[in-house]
Design a protein. Structure first.
Length: 114
């Protein structure tokens, strides 16, 4: 008889997403995000997904703001824009990968015979 594989402690897909969007900051995950990441299994999938999408949207907004500042010449460090644009791109790629896997899983379930 084999025992089930236990989950990795402290791992949450959304906390990883938070880290992607917070690369430019010194503290990528705030205290409240740590508390919700610690909840892990107690948090609903919908709320984790919603929080992840909000994080990606926030990263894109930050990149857009920095792009405007760079175009206006008011941005002192162009590397800030580069990092923010990369963060937004990585967040979007992760979101698309999760969406594609969810669609594949749904299609596989629909192909199953009753």
């Amino acid at each position: 008889m084999t025992s089930p594989i236990s989950p990795i402690s402290g791992f949450s897909p959304v906390s990883g997403l938070q880290a992607v969007t917070g690369v430019g900051s010194t503290d990528a995950i705030s205290g409240t995000d740590r508390a919700t990441a610690a909840q892990g299994a107690h948090e609903s999938f919908a709320s984790m997904l919603s929080r992840g999408l909000e994080s990606v949207q926030s990263a894109q907004g930050k990149a857009d703001d920095l792009a405007v500042q760079a175009a206006q010449g008011t941005l002192t460090d162009p590397a800030q824009y580069t990092m923010a644009a990369n963060e937004a791109q990585l967040g979007m790629q992760l979101t698309l990968a999760v969406r594609n896997k969810a669609v594949e899983a749904f299609q596989e379930i629909m192909r199953m015979q009753a």
